[in-house]
Design a protein around this ligand. Structure first.
Ligand code: TYM
Length: 332
């Protein structure tokens, strides 16, 4: 059985990158796989979080999953901290992860910044917990955006290290699924930087909670260059903003990039931006409206998460018992 595991951190607003790079692909995949979708609150506290905001954000991400089209009856949706097997397995896996592997992780370097000595152990061990998330379910496939590729390679290495250490074929090596025309959506203010929740300027991203006016305004103000749009994909080279905006258009309209480039060849940014803005509003407004409707009933969201935690917890606990047997923990 092919099983998918993926997750999103409940930190701040979900944005167009999370939607195009991750959730939208999950919606398409849910028909063909058994799916486990997590709200990774344990990962969120690797950086300081306000407790009330964390709770709100956990419900908001859950609402976003459902509003985007994830079926909570067919898929398992839960928040990570409700299933203790994640942290338990992370310890076992941490004991076979060499520091050298963790030292290569670029996300840690970016997030720890210049003051590495002050960074928390959790931030450093973050990718081991991520491997535990995936392996607790013996997931075979992990759909994510491009930025998670290195973490997934590490998860595969850790799975392989466990199998080798104990001479078993227990964990499948999870396959990354990074696809679509928008695997790396860039900031609207700087086409060389990733669109991110942690970027200070809200103008840099389109949030799933933005109103149509906000979306239109952000696209209107998005950074461009002084030239008209090119007539071929090769013409996007060294034009990161044009590349990003046309890529977003292609992804939102489910069309190939060269097709979209051909449509807008030689046009001015202003004309293209009007079309992009209409398309973004038409795609995102129904999602925002559904999220708001769901958020008005937190009890119903919590019920989805409770049900998900039961299902996920049952599966992960079964696997953890098998793993503990392999490791040699006595169960007296
Ligand atoms: P997170 O919360 O940063 O992002 C959630 C998902 O959105 C994708 N994404 C993007 N895709 C395209 N363009 C962007 N600008 C962009 N920004 C974010 C991410 O690639 C991701 O798929 N470590 C993970 C969460 C996690 C996880 C896991 C994922 C924890 N355990 C196990 C998969 C499997 C993270 O911080 O994602």
């Amino acid at each position: 059985m092919n099983r998918i595991f993926s997750g999103i951190q409940p930190t701040g607003n979900l944005h167009l990158g999370n939607y195009l790079g991750a959730i939208r692909n999950w919606v398409k995949l849910q028909k063909d796989y058994e799916c486990v979708f997590c709200i990774v609150d344990l990962h969120a506290i690797t950086l300081p979080q306000d407790p009330a905001e964390l709770r709100k954000s956990t419900r908001e991400v859950t609402a976003a999953y459902i509003a985007c089209g994830i079926d909570p009856d067919a898929c398992t949706i839960f928040n990570q901290s409700t299933v203790s097997a994640h942290t338990e397995l992370a310890w076992t896996l941490g004991c076979l992860t060499p520091l050298g592997w963790l030292n290569r992780m670029t996300q840690f370097k970016d997030k720890a910044g210049k003051h590495r000595e002050n960074a928390g152990l959790g931030l450093y061990a973050y990718p081991v917990l991520m491997a535990a998330d995936i392996l607790a379910y013996k997931a075979t496939h992990v759909p994510v955006g491009e930025d998670q590729k290195q973490h997934l390679e590490l998860a595969r290495d850790i799975a392989g290290a466990f199998n080798a250490r104990y001479g078993v074929e227990y964990f499948p090596l999870p396959e990354p699924q990074i696809f679509g025309t928008a695997t790396r959506v860039m900031s609207l203010r700087d086409g060389t930087k990733k669109m991110s929740k942690s970027e200070e300027s809200d103008q840099s991203r389109i949030n799933l909670t933005d109103t149509p006016d906000m979306i239109a305004q952000k696209i209107k103000r998005a950074k461009t260059d002084p030239h008209n749009l090119p007539d071929s994909v090769e013409g996007l080279k060294d034009r990161p903003e044009a590349d990003n905006l046309l890529g977003i258009y292609a992804a939102l309209s489910d069309r190939a990039l060269d097709d979209v480039v051909a449509e807008f060849a030689g046009k001015q940014f202003s004309e293209f931006k009007g079309k992009l803005s209409d398309l973004a509003v038409a795609t995102l407004s129904p999602i925002t409206a559904e999220m708001n409707r769901l958020m008005a009933d937190p009890g119903a969201i919590d019920a989805v998460l409770r049900r998900g935690a039961e299902r996920a917890g049952g599966m992960a606990k079964r696997h953890l018992a098998e793993i503990y047997d392999i490791v040699g923990f006595l169960r007296p």
